[in-house]
Design a protein around this ligand. Structure first.
Ligand SMILES: Nc1ncnc2c1ncn2[C@@H]1O[C@H](COP(=O)(O)OP(=O)(O)OP(=O)(O)O)[C@@H](O)[C@H]1O
Length: 232
């Protein structure tokens, strides 16, 4: 596969008169792994949601699909589920791929089976969402993002709350996704991960401050004038 490239032109987000993201121009090439980093509250999730079509925005978002239009896989930022919600991890996956009510007789969906195997969540299927640990929840959310065989993944801190082994497993899945030609746009705070895996890094602080290799941005942030104030 070939992942799509993204061209953002004058993309900005204002909600109820408050500017969350100043208009920015950014081109993200296809089949590469792009990191998004910056200080807390800087607008990273806002940017990703705008790309995913979840925020009203101004400006243009162009996705160029080399092999015809395909799906976007979006993984939102981790947030707790209500513990009383009577929905299991398997129900949740079904909701993401089945237009029929999930309580109808279920014959098994090969797409679900494949993704369950891919993220290693067999043991989680019958557990209620509200009882899952944060690492387990991330696994379920990643499975949902992968469910419809996307060519581009938009990931909001996929490794937050995940232990070291879990991180390795998620990174392995993402490395494999990119090796198959997929495009990844990922919010991440961990410099080691950014430098090891990302081809480019967009630094977001109210707008786009820099777009370069992770190493160039890291070196720049360590310059005495800027200090490490941003490198959380
Ligand atoms: N729907 C909304 N309405 C009003 N303000 C919002 C909304 N969503 C986010 N914000 C505000 O916009 C700013 C940017 O939020 P955003 O979540 O995009 O930042 P972030 O860089 O992803 O932060 P973090 O690293 O903490 O996740 C924050 O001040 C946040 O409180």
């Amino acid at each position: 596969m070939m992942g799509p490239s993204l061209k953002l032109q004058g993309l900005g987000v204002t909600i109820k008169g408050m500017t969350l993201l100043q208009p920015l121009n950014l081109t993200l090439s296809g089949s590469l792994w792009h990191g998004i980093a910056g200080p807390n509250g800087g607008g990273k999730s806002t940017l990703l949601k705008a790309i995913a079509g979840l925020h009203n925005h101004r400006g243009q978002i162009e996705l160029h699909w080399p092999n015809g239009k395909n799906n976007i896989g979006y993984m939102p930022q981790l947030s707790p589920f209500d513990a009383s919600l009577p929905v299991t991890a398997l129900d949740f996956l079904r909701m993401h791929c089945d237009k029929r009510p999930v309580w109808r007789r279920y014959k098994g969906d090969p797409k679900i089976a494949a993704v369950v195997e891919r993220v290693g969540m067999q043991k989680l299927l019958s557990k209620r969402l509200g009882t899952l640990s944060s690492g387990e929840r991330q696994r379920v959310l990643l499975a949902c993002a992968l469910l419809n065989e996307p060519h581009i993944l938009l990931l909001d801190e996929p490794m937050a709350g995940v232990d070291k082994d879990g991180r390795e497993q998620i990174l392995e899945i993402l490395v494999d996704f990119k090796a198959q030609g997929g495009t990844i746009v990922m919010i991440e705070h961990d410099w080691q991960i950014l430098q090891q895996h990302c081809d480019t890094l967009a630094w977001i602080d109210g707008g786009l401050e820099a777009h370069d290799t992770p190493t160039a941005i890291f070196d720049n942030l360590q310059a005495p004038t800027l200090g490490m104030r941003h490198a959380s």
